[in-house]
Write a protein that binds this ligand. Structure first.
Ligand SMILES: Cc1cc2nc3c(=O)[nH]c(=O)nc-3n(C[C@H](O)[C@H](O)[C@H](O)COP(=O)(O)OP(=O)(O)OC[C@H]3O[C@@H](n4cnc5c(N)ncnc54)[C@H](O)[C@@H]3O)c2cc1C
Length: 375
């Protein structure tokens, strides 16, 4: 076998998390490679809903709310940098976002959750509001008669997620990064002199640091370097319509019109293991709710449906850690990798480059799962 290629950092996984971190590492002046699987892979980054979403993020962990908000705030500059480097406009918009409710009970449940979230100790406040039907109708002239009210947060937005994915990889390549598809990592071995030897069926890489960003595969890889990543797949299904003239000027948590005109619907969450098949039952419920919110959607043809697997931790919050047993081995995994792409590139990557996560990322350590749960 040829000698191992040597990098400052090897990032395992070329999804939106790995690509955002790897690009940030290049920006910090390090040499980096991304070791990835091939085209056929579980890859949430290719099948997501593309929201950059803040409202509703952080009930149970105030730090997650602040981290998400920091990413939302960094997103415009992050998108501008990507466009300047690659010429790709990822269509980031932050007009604010809505959650529309089809019953008073639904509205009260969602309002109550946000009140509890904003009342948590350590919460950094930001604006949000509850809107009645009349206020919503001023923003959405096509609103369906069953919508009773909703929630609004001015920090919410969305992007073109496939273009984001392409731009991250194009930027990484343009910055001198080495992308190795079809190099699935089978073994990571800490070296006695420091650094890591990373094995794949196609060859071996050595690196001073390693970042595990392999989505649901992190669960299997993490123990190789003394880390834990209790993440599981969670299926989400999406429908996309033919293109239509712009009528939805804000993203809604379950529904959005893309920059290219198609309407996307999707907020399902199913525990289905690695099964990525769609099901008409779930799709029809999502379509029916979308039509009740905006009856004009009934006239649009659905042109594509798919399912993809979220990367879900036990409490739904991200995991960021450095290994105590093998310093230099980091993990980054989360279920909102589009929202957090700016934070991963601009905040997390410089910490990894410096060799230590900031103390205020401690709540994200997987050590939180070691604490016995009270009944
Ligand atoms: C239906 C759906 C809707 C979503 N909507 C949103 C949304 O609106 N907003 C938002 O912020 N997020 C959303 N997400 C979540 C978002 O897509 C994920 O958080 C994000 O894609 C996770 O990225 P990742 O890079 O960690 O994992 P993935 O995209 O799953 O990528 C993992 C990568 O690791 C590689 N890999 C696996 N094993 C190995 C190995 N052994 N060696 C090398 N490489 C390996 C894979 O090939 C892949 O490239 C959604 C997800 C789904 C499924």
């Amino acid at each position: 076998m040829a000698d191992a290629a040597i990098f400052d950092v090897a990032v395992i996984g070329g999804g939106v998390v790995g690509a955002a971190v790897a690009r940030g590492l290049l920006g910090a002046g390090l040499s980096a490679c991304i070791l990835d699987e091939g085209d056929i892979a579980h890859r949430a980054s290719r099948g997501n809903f593309a929201l950059v979403w803040v409202q509703s993020k952080g009930l149970g962990m105030a730090r997650y709310g602040a981290w998400t908000r920091a990413s939302s705030d960094a997103w415009a500059a992050f998108a501008a940098d990507l466009e300047a480097e690659t010429g790709i406009d990822v269509a980031h918009r932050r007009p604010g976002g809505f959650n529309l409710c089809l019953s008073e009970q639904e509205l009260e449940t969602r309002r109550g959750a946000l009140v509890r979230m904003h009342n948590q100790p350590g919460w950094i406040p930001y604006d949000w509001e509850v809107l009645d039907r009349a206020a919503l109708a001023r923003e959405f002239p096509d609103l369906g008669p069953e919508v009773v009210g909703g929630l609004f947060c001015p920090l919410d937005g969305h992007v073109n997620s496939l273009r984001l994915f392409r731009a991250l990889h194009a930027s990484f390549k343009a910055g001198g990064g080495a992308y190795r598809p079809e190099w699935p990592v089978t073994r990571i071995a800490p070296l006695s002199a420091g650094g890591f030897r990373i094995e794949t069926p196609r060859g071996v890489v050595e690196a001073g640091k390693v970042v595990l960003a392999a989505g649901i595969a992190n669960a299997r890889l993490a123990p190789m370097v003394g880390l834990a990543a209790p993440v599981r797949p969670q299926r989400g299904q999406i429908l996309v319509t033919e293109k239509a003239a712009p009528f939805l000027h804000y993203p809604i948590v379950t529904l959005r019109q893309t920059d290219e005109g198609s309407v996307m619907m999707g907020d399902s969450a199913e525990e289905a293991g690695l099964d990525e098949r769609i099901g008409l039952g779930v799709l029809s419920v999502m379509a029916e709710r979308a039509v009740r919110m905006f009856p004009r959607i009934a006239a649009l043809n659905v042109v594509r449906t798919w399912a993809a697997l979220r990367v879900m931790s036990q409490d739904g919050f991200p995991i960021y850690d450095q290994s105590e047993a093998a310093p230099g081995a980091f993990i980054a995994t989360c279920h909102s990798g589009v929202t957090l792409a700016a934070a991963h590139g601009r905040l997390l990557a410089p910490m990894i480059a410096r060799g230590a996560l900031d103390a205020d990322l401690a709540p994200f350590s997987a050590r939180r799962f070691d604490v016995p749960q009270t009944a």
